[in-house]
Design a protein around this ligand. Structure first.
Ligand code: NQM
Length: 350
């Protein structure tokens, strides 16, 4: 085999391989086997593949012509587990989504249109459409610019992302258990899905300050066991079934904001601790901050302009939350950046 055409792209605070859906086998088992061999999984170091030995750098975006009329491109996100032979389509990824607009233009799936090209992205994982605004002066994707996002050094061209109708993306309802707060394994939890299934728990309820480093949290075997026990228990409550081999729900420890934001977070995705926070995870956390009775409501600072700074280990992610007259969340948006790192052909392990 001569390898497969691919772009290796940073999307937000993640990195992944962007490829044509049509270049991969249609059979899911064959496709997943190929992706594991491209990334070098299962292996904690992914030494014989292009994966970055971190769940945030072991991601794949498969792109194709849109299968619905109101979108420009189809996007299937796949999480390639690092140390297990698992590939999961059971979640979306808003960081990798940031690279989809640029990649779709580079791959010839979408034509640049003026200085800013609006790309409507059909997210196959959840069935919803996201709108990305990509800088394309002179018909060419521009990567450099003045926008900064926490968790990525330097600046780059801004990519605005807007979402609507993402409530219940994987769980069927914003609050899949029907309650704004459940007690699971003795811990108060808010089970929510506004683009990403997330379990919010107060850090203090688990004996934590909430500002521990990801390394400290990952080293705490007792905590990890407790968090995993809660995760396995809430799977059926969130309509996700047995989540033992799934990358959702994400587990977010929350505490009062420490740097002027809305709330502070540390998230397990679901076993490794995120160095920042996922995009849709941040949208789900911000949405929980608006719900009276949630574990976040009392500690959250709700900004009048709807721009929620969700604090995380490397700064904060800003999420715009739109609400209707009743206060119900109707849409969300965020600003990300992306950068093409390499383009060429990628070769799987035999
Ligand atoms: O929540 C990591 C990431 C993500 C997902 C993860 C994401 C999102 O930071 O939309 O972006 O939660 O596994 O790329």
């Amino acid at each position: 085999m001569d390898g497969i055409e691919a772009i290796w792209m940073r999307g937000g605070t993640s990195k992944g391989l962007y490829m044509h859906l049509a270049d991969l086998p249609g059979d899911v088992a064959a496709r997943d086997d190929l992706l594991l061999r491209l990334m070098g999984s299962p292996d904690p170091r992914q030494i014989d593949g292009v994966g970055g030995a971190d769940p945030l750098a072991s991601k794949v975006a498969l792109l194709g012509p849109s299968s619905r009329e109101d979108a420009d491109v189809d996007y299937l996100f796949l999480q390639i587990f690092v140390d297990q032979a698992l590939v999961s389509d059971a979640q979306a990824c808003g960081n990798i989504l940031a690279g989809v607009g640029p990649a779709a233009i580079e791959m010839g799936l979408v034509r640049a249109d003026g200085d800013v090209t609006e790309v409507r992205i059909h997210m196959l994982n959840t069935g919803e459409v996201a709108v990305a605004r990509v800088q394309t002066p002179g018909g060419v994707v521009r990567y450099d610019g003045d926008a900064a996002i926490d968790g990525v050094p330097g600046t780059a061209a801004p990519i605005e992302l807007m979402f609507t109708n993402i409530a219940g993306s994987m769980c069927g309802a914003l609050l899949p258990s029907g309650q704004v707060c459940d007690v699971v394994e003795g811990v108060a939890c808010t089970l929510i899905d506004n683009g990403m299934p997330v379990v919010l728990m107060r850090a203090a309820d688990l004996g934590l300050r909430g500002n521990e480093s990801p390394a400290e949290l990952e080293a705490d075997a007792t905590l990890k066991e407790r968090v995993e026990a809660i995760r396995l228990a809430v799977g059926p409550l969130m309509n996700l079934g047995d989540v033992r081999e799934k990358s959702v729900p994400k587990m977010a420890l929350i505490s009062p904001a420490q740097n002027g934001g809305a709330v502070n977070t540390r998230s397990f995705i679901p076993h490794r601790c995120h160095s920042s926070i996922g995009v849709f995870a941040a949208v789900s956390v911000a949405s929980a901050c608006t719900l009276e009775g949630s574990v976040a409501y009392d500690m959250a600072v709700r900004p009048e302009d709807g721009r929620y700074a969700i604090e995380h280990p490397s700064g904060a992610a800003e999420v715009m939350i739109r609400t209707d007259a009743t206060g119900a969340v109707t849409g969300a948006g965020t600003l990300r950046t992306a950068r093409k790192l390499m383009q060429g052909r990628v070769f799987p392990r035999r």
